[in-house]
Design a protein around this ligand. Sequence first.
Ligand SMILES: [Zn+2]
Length: 217
Amino acid sequence: MKLKLDLHIHTKYSHDGFMEVSEVVRRAKEAGLSGIAVTDHDTCDAVPRALRLGKKEKLLVVPGIEVKSKHGDIIGLGITSVVERGMSAKDTVSVIHELGGVAVAAHPYSLVFHPTGVRGEVKTAGFDAIEVFNSRTYFSNGMAFRAARDEGIPMVASSDAHLAGEIGNSCTVVDCRCDVGSVLDEIRAGRTEVVCGLTGLGSIMGWYWQRLGRVFR
Ligand SMILES: [Zn+2]
């Protein structure tokens, strides 16, 4: 079956996230997604609740994390334990593989809202896939796409949602059984389609505003 998945979403367990897990699940259903991945910064704390709610609401939940490696942000899909931050991109990818997960280079060339991509490492660190379109990345998705195309690395597209209205702005489509293992296999094999849409600047500015509120609270 065709599955529409947003594989990069942050809950309130991220230092810069605000969404309750229940809000993420509800909004994902409203957006017509078949599944999501929760990928909080350096924590898997939202995963158990997301898995529980997903089961209840018939939404596939892929456990995940966004790891801050020495070279930039790396998403681990299909893993439920924290991967140490600060390692090289290559070592981070290796640990994700040891845990049975899929390693994705998040917004690899991003400059503006999160200048935290792995950049040149994207071609050499052994990634299973590259996020060729990130809804919050305005100027460098093309570079990510070309790197994936030129190196023959599988492609995914994701919203990187930090607020509910951003969920599903981009997604990855796979055609397989609706379970985590099958989805990960499709990504590894590069049998993905990407659906790409930008998040409006208004939402990103609103998010900065909320973060500022948190600092001064
Ligand atoms: Zn992110």
